[in-house]
Write a protein that binds this ligand. Structure first.
Ligand code: G16
Length: 572
């Protein structure tokens, strides 16, 4: 495309999506996130960038998701999805930030500079998939995204309201048709004998190419359930807190096709005045350690709590004294890793290396359990699924989860090939285990953490082992912990190192944290700037809940004092 045609970039910006604010915005943990009213020009410009990215990737499809995920309703956001369905390559985040912040007058020239720098061939076709969550501001932002794509003569395909992981899945399928069909709902054929479950590496491609999202996940779940009789203390009823977002709505569609294999009782689907993520959803449950509003609880009944865009999940139950028992991302990761290890053992596979990836938020007890009991290697990386995903790829089978319930499992081609071969050629017992593993892989959305896929994985393991949530809870006992937020003038004054476990600035903050931690048995604490909210996050754990709460407050006060706190100083 000749440079003169870039004039339309400015015309669209000036006429339809002008930059009306000087507030600097940065591509953070999961894209741009702020008040929805500040985002229209940013989303338009990300439409431009998505087209450039697509051309740099030889016309492969790029995704754009309009969502602020766990944030409250007034916020919104946008993030780009790379061709394999993974998060945008980190080196492009600075380009995204630059493009988002230039003035309208400089937009045309900056776009030209970016095209030159990344060496994009503007003569190539470009394809961008666009999805959005249920926020009332999302359709307007999605329209801005389409205009950005149009301005650089790319082709936009809108998916309407989808979970973030559904869009990741569709992007991956569009670029790799062996993974499935890039649609949410296709021909929804549920067949226990569907060949996909047991498909061999050289098997007919056509069976894979017909696999829309629902069929992939739910079809594989039904395949595996046909092999696993319900037994022990597992019961097929599952309550779900949909956070008044998109995930619950999608489960409502799926529910009808489950044929009693799982009886979903859905709450917080967005009606009855329920507000998105407000006092409900995975983030609320995990951080406050309280049950969400809007769910009718029964003692010991397990509940799965999703977040607003369906990419996170935590489980919990209330006991007969109404006490909260949380089964968070760490508990899910250990459950999945131990089941995969058990099946690999039954397959008699020794050559595949399984590893687990966590962040600093992982409960110390979970890390000890993984190392001492599961005897699985575990690594710690920075917050953000993009970091966990990449670390997990270094294993043949990588299980990654943030404690907040964001995670999945990734399998190398070698792992898939090996398991499929045994499923076909192994001894009867090996074959049985390998076939379960093949179905387990198929339930997994490997592109990104996916609450719906994770829900079916967890239900599979609980069913296979005959476990109630109460029995699952006993695997190990969490150290009591507490998370707090502190508002400061500029959260960027906080820098961290060592996977965010050490604070390198402002000066004196880490030594203060060390001094406070030293006063508590089993104490641990860290601080880091959030990449999705304008706050500094504080995490603390200790031997009792009272001490964890106390330590968290003291660390929050240190942040307030040394990092420019605003508003009220944190109090116990
Ligand atoms: C996003 C990221 C997660 C991260 C979370 C909180 O989740 O995808 O990896 O843990 O934000 O990040 P921070 O502590 O930097 O604010 P979501 O579900 O909001 O997209």
């Amino acid at each position: 495309m000749p440079p003169s045609s870039l004039r339309v970039v400015y015309a669209f910006a000036r006429e339809m999506h002008p930059k009306t604010t000087d507030v600097f915005i940065q591509y953070g943990t999961a894209g741009f996130r702020t008040k929805a009213s500040l985002l229209e020009h940013v989303v338009y410009r990300m439409g431009l960038l998505a087209v450039i990215r697509s051309r740099v990737k030889n016309g492969r499809t790029i995704g754009m998701m309009i969502t602020a995920s766990h944030n409250l309703e007034p916020d919104n956001g946008v993030k780009l999805i790379d061709p394999e369905g993974e998060m945008l390559e980190e080196s492009w985040e600075a380009i995204a930030t630059r493009l988002a912040n230039v003035s309208d007058n400089d937009l045309e020239s900056t776009t030209a500079e970016v095209i030159k720098e990344v060496n994009a061939d503007m003569g190539l076709k470009a394809s961008v998939f666009i999805g959005m969550d249920t926020r009332y501001t999302s359709p307007r932002l999605a329209a801005a995204a389409v205009h950005g794509v149009m301005a650089l003569k790319g082709t936009a395909k809108e998916f309407g309201i989808v979970t973030t992981p559904i869009l990741h899945y569709c992007v991956r399928c569009r670029n790799d048709n062996t993974y499935g069909t890039p649609t949410e709902e296709g021909q929804f054929i549920m067949n226990h004998n569907h060949p996909y479950g047991e498909q061999m590496p050289d098997g007919p491609k056509s069976s894979r190419m017909e696999t829309c999202y629902y069929e992939k996940i739910v079809g594989a779940f039904k395949n595996i359930r046909a092999k696993l009789p319900v037994h022990g203390s597992y019961n097929t009823t599952l309550y779900v807190d949909g956070a008044n977002g998109v995930g619950g709505k999608k489960l409502n569609i799926i529910k009808k096709s489950l044929d009693g294999e799982l009886d979903l009782v859905l709450y917080n689907l967005g009606g009855n005045g329920g507000k998105l993520n407000l006092n409900c959803g995975a983030d609320f449950v995990k951080v406050s350690q309280k049950p969400p509003v809007g769910v009718e609880h029964a003692p010991f009944q397990r509940v799965a709590s999703l977040d607003g865009d369906g990419d996170r999940i935590v489980y919990y139950y209330l006991d007969d004294k109404n006490q909260m028992n949380l089964l968070d991302g760490d508990k899910i990761a250990t459950l999945l890793a131990s089941y995969i290890t058990e099946l690999l053992k039954a397959c008699e596979v020794t050559e595949l290396k399984l590893g687990l990836v966590q962040t600093a938020y992982a409960n110390g007890a979970s890390t000890r359990y993984i190392t001492d009991d599961l005897k699985v290697p575990v690594s710690c990386v920075k917050t953000g699924v993009k970091h966990l995903h990449h670390a997990a790829l270094s294993y043949d089978i990588g299980v990654y989860f943030e404690a907040n319930g964001h995670g999945t499992v990734v399998y190398s081609e070698l792992a898939k090939r090996t398991i499929r071969k045994i499923a076909q050629e192994g001894e009867p017992e090996q074959r049985k285990a390998a076939q379960l593993l093949v179905n387990f892989i198929d339930i997994t959305n490997e592109t990104v953490g996916d609450a719906i896929s994770d829900l079916f994985l967890v239900e599979t393991v609980l069913c296979a082992r005959g476990l109630s949530a109460r029995a699952w809870m006993t695997a190990y006992t969490d150290l009591p912990c507490r998370q707090l937020k502190v508002t400061v003038q500029d959260r960027n004054v906080i820098s961290t190192a060592d996977a965010e476990r050490t604070c390198t600035s402002p000066e004196g903050l880490q030594s203060k944290v060390d001094e406070l931690v030293a006063g508590y048995k089993s104490g641990r604490a860290f601080v880091r700037p959030s990449g999705t909210e304008d706050v500094v996050r504080v995490y603390a754990e200790a031997e009792t809940q009272e001490f964890a709460d106390q330590l968290a407050t003291e660390v929050a006060q240190a942040v307030y004092d040394l990092a420019g706190g605003v508003g009220d100083r944190p109090t116990p």
